[in-house]
Design a protein around this ligand. Structure first.
Ligand SMILES: Cc1cc2nc3c(=O)[nH]c(=O)nc-3n(C[C@H](O)[C@H](O)[C@H](O)COP(=O)(O)O)c2cc1C
Length: 421
């Protein structure tokens, strides 16, 4: 059987190891993780989710503190329309995060930024334009547009000097979504450079309903490949969601996709932004611990560990500090759920809210443990140490395992003596 390394992903006139590490917000796919993928000749993603908070943590800026101070007067008001992002400051935070990552880049690979349309930020169009344009300003190699149909996103940056030079791609979960997108961008005469096809086993938000079990990535890819051949469209497809071994990847590459996007296996690497204690939760998970639920205010189903602290947490909405999910009218589904519970339980402090969660605050604090379907197999990719914990891996080890493994095998790392080593 072939190895992933027998294939190359062609983008423009260059070739890459056909492994992309997917974007994982908020700062789960750190610069360090993305940089490893680029150093090893593949493609890494950072994410621009909650970029002002990410910037504060990395560069000692005070975007969140300043925004909280500015809108403090509104904290007890459930109408959040007034809580707007300052576009200049949003651009500045994006340029800091992207610019520092690009400045550290080594090797022949690429760094992309994952930009989710569902982060509507109380002014969807203006904030999205700022996010995309400032990532391009800061020299990002490419942008992956996700969590939404992005029917107007190319239009927003069509006058940017790098619009035709940077690599731009989209994540879709169906041939229909792809057709809609291609029809929309046709008039700009600027097709996407790559198309990520994400199936129902991915982590994060799913592009499927609660009937996600009815779908299968191989079938969706076959449909999309057939459509593209029939229409003579030549854009590399990237298969994502549940690609757990190098051999899983080869099965997609052999049918004609250009590469794979993988994420879950990198959640238990040193370079991943989650705290080590959360990485241990991922290792320990069994199949029954992984659920798909509707608590994300975005309306998309989301996969996560059952023990996620975000489930049932009735914290006050944190929109004055964050507000990334506020829609164009300043609303978020969590605010409605929170209000309902507070009204129904006047004597209870912080009554539990079961149907929605305050995703900004919980993602920011690594308290929403979103994960891919095969998270329960992570324990088979490492050693259990004497103290009962699992050995955390290096991104290089996982990347190379995808690149060189055969026969559905997963290479174990060299065993370390203790958890601290
Ligand atoms: C912890 C985690 C967070 C994720 N966050 C995002 C995100 O912010 N935006 C996005 O487009 N995809 C996100 N994803 C999806 C991944 O980028 C990727 O496409 C998918 O998980 C690949 O499948 P795999 O995890 O089975 O390898 C996330 C996945 C994981 C595991």
């Amino acid at each position: 059987m072939k190895r992933v390394d027998d294939f190359r992903l062609r983008l423009g006139n260059k070739e890459y190891v056909p492994i992309m590490i997917g974007g994982m917000g908020v700062d789960i796919s750190t610069s360090e993780l993305a940089l490893e993928a680029a150093r090893l000749g593949g493609i890494g993603h950072i994410s621009d989710a909650m970029v002002q908070d990410v910037s504060d943590r990395k560069f000692d800026t005070t975007f969140v503190k300043d925004k909280t101070k500015l809108y403090k007067f509104n904290i007890n008001n459930m109408d959040k329309a007034v809580v707007q992002f300052d576009l200049e400051r949003l651009a500045e935070a994006t340029r800091l995060h992207v610019g520092a990552t690009m400045a550290a880049k080594k090797g022949d690979g690429l760094i992309f930024v994952n930009v989710m349309e569902k982060l509507t930020m109380n002014a969807p169009k203006e904030t999205l334009r700022t996010r995309l344009a400032s990532a391009l300003d800061a020299g990002i190699d490419g942008i992956t547009m996700s969590a939404g149909l992005h029917l107007g996103s190319f239009e927003l940056i069509k006058d940017h000097p790098r619009f035709r030079e940077a690599k731009l791609g989209i994540i879709v979960s169906s041939v229909r979504a792809l057709q809609l997108f291609l029809r929309k961008v046709a008039k700009l005469n600027r097709p996407p450079d790559f198309i990520i096809v994400e199936g129902p086993l991915a982590g994060g938000h799913l592009g499927f309903g609660f009937d996600w079990k009815e779908y299968d990535l191989h079938t969706i890819i076959d449909e999309i490949l057939a459509y593209m051949r029939a229409e003579n469209i030549d854009i590399p497809l990237i298969a994502a969601g549940g690609v757990f071994t190098g051999s899983d990847a080869v099965r997609f590459l052999e049918k004609g996709v250009g590469g794979v996007q993988v994420a879950t296996r990198f959640t238990v690497t040193h370079e991943c932004g989650m705290p080590d204690s959360v990485k241990q939760e991922y290792f320990r998970a069994s199949e029954e611990d992984i659920i798909v639920n509707g608590i994300s205010p975005t309306g998309y189903p989301m996969r996560m560990l059952k023990s996620t602290p975000a489930i049932g947490s009735g914290i006050r909405p944190g929109c004055e500090s964050y507000g990334y999910l506020l829609d164009a009218t300043g609303n978020c589904a969590y605010i409605n759920s929170y209000n309902r519970e507070v009204l129904a339980n006047p004597d209870v402090k912080n009554p539990p809210v079961m149907d929605k969660t305050c995703l900004c605050t919980h993602m920011r604090n690594y308290n929403c443990w979103t994960c891919g379907h095969f998270t329960y197999r992570l324990k088979d990719t490492t050693h259990k140490l004497a103290d009962g914990s699992y050995q955390i891996l290096s991104a290089e080890h996982v990347f190379k395992d995808y690149q060189f493994s055969v026969d559905d095998q997963v290479a174990l790392p060299e065993k370390q003596e203790s958890a601290a080593a």
